[in-house]
Design a protein around this ligand. Structure first.
Ligand code: MG
Length: 370
């Protein structure tokens, strides 16, 4: 039995992890469920999977039959549990602390929480070799790595679907509505990552995530627009041979791979018939329409605290857009303004990271976009 702990269990990655666990009740035991708060959905998951432990940020009620952990103290208990693999499906910077404590304790971690990987990159990057990535592009690269030696990698290529606005003329970007931006053509995902996919910030964050996860310089990390979302990532080796990872766009595939690794288990996904697909398309990214991707490379190269500033300002800007407070095109304007105006020392520990986050949040609160 593989004992797993699911962080962010009520979110998109969490529920799909439980879909996989449901198929393999004989092989996977869910020992821990964790969410920001007790909700009907969490209670339903507890009834179905009967975990030993539940973690919620703030404990507001007891739950029959499980030990409820909460707050900072509970987080420290959470990382010491009898669990073979933790799966982090938390969205955004809320996942930083659990990621930090789990890696500090050298626990096995499979994670889709790119914001945490980025924000802790300067502080904990040396521990990232223990991570199995769930982000589909990074799972793809992780899988392609087995085809050659690290030192023979010429470059890695992350694919991007291009999101819902790939073919929208630039002058119409200012009128994009929340509903349009949430309507992703290929992937079923949470709200934050769906908006990030529409601006291509998601791909920008993934470039930085790849830099820290695989310890590769930015000049060896490429992005290609691939609207079909069938190829998720590729590695070009020094002999110019390219190894690609191909599957239908279904997060249950990278999730189940992370759980079953090095084995491969059925996960409920459809078999891919290449003759159904017929042909695949690839384009260069358009930086005029999607300047956040370019900004991410700039920020990644600048390193230090900048990737954290970028991550935090993006999270706030996306929330403001979702709440109708700013326009789609203001997401870039806000982030760029913050990057231009803030500067901190390179973080050396978790406290430094949290301080940079707090200072960035304070700066944005007082910011007036004109
Ligand atoms: Mg991804």
């Amino acid at each position: 039995m593989k004992r797993i702990g699911v962080l962010g269990s009520t979110g998109s990655i969490g529920t799909q992890t439980l879909d996989v666990a449901r198929i393999h009740k004989d092989k996977i035991k869910v020992e821990l469920l964790s969410a920001s708060k007790v909700s009907d959905k969490l209670l339903e998951q507890i009834r179905e999977f009967k975990p030993k432990y539940v973690y919620v940020c703030e404990q507001n009620k007891d739950i029959d039959g499980v030990k409820v952990l909460s707050g900072e103290e509970g987080l420290k208990e959470l990382v010491e549990l009898d669990i073979d693999l933790y799966i982090n499906g938390i969205s955004g910077i809320a996942g930083i602390k659990p990621t930090y404590y789990l890696l500090q304790k050298n626990r096995n971690l499979a994670t889709a929480n790119k914001e945490a990987i980025i924000c802790l990159g300067e502080v904990l990057g040396n521990k990232y070799k223990n991570i199995i990535p769930i982000d589909s592009e990074h799972s793809a690269i992780f899988q392609c790595m087995f085809s050659g030696r690290r030192e023979d990698i010429k470059k890695i290529i992350l694919t991007a679907s291009g999101g819902p606005f790939l073919n929208l003329p630039l002058d119409e970007f200012k009128n994009i509505t929340v509903e349009q931006a949430l309507n992703h053509p290929k992937w079923k995902m949470g709200r934050k990552v769906t908006i990030d996919s529409a601006t291509l910030m998601n791909k920008g964050l993934e470039v930085i995530e790849a830099h820290y996860l695989f310890n590769l310089p930015y000049k060896k990390i490429d992005v290609v627009i691939h609207p079909d979302s069938i190829i998720h990532g590729l590695i070009q080796f020094n002999d110019n041979s390219i190894i690609a990872n191909i599957s239908s766009p279904d997060m249950r595939i990278p999730i189940s791979y992370a759980i079953s690794f090095p084995e491969r288990w059925f996960n409920g996904s459809d078999e891919l018939d290449l003759t159904d697909i017929g042909k695949l398309e690839f384009f260069k990214p358009d930086y005029k329409k999607f300047p956040l991707l370019k900004l991410a490379y700039y920020v990644g190269e600048k390193a230090g605290a900048y990737p954290i500033i970028l991550t935090v300002s993006d999270e706030i800007a996306v929330n403001m857009f979702l709440e109708g407070k700013i326009k789609f095109t203001d997401i870039y304007r806000l982030i760029q303004t913050v990057i231009e105006n803030l500067d901190f020392e390179t973080p050396k520990n978790l406290n430094d990271v949290l301080n940079i986050i707090e200072e960035t949040e304070r700066f944005i609160k007082n910011l007036k976009l004109n």
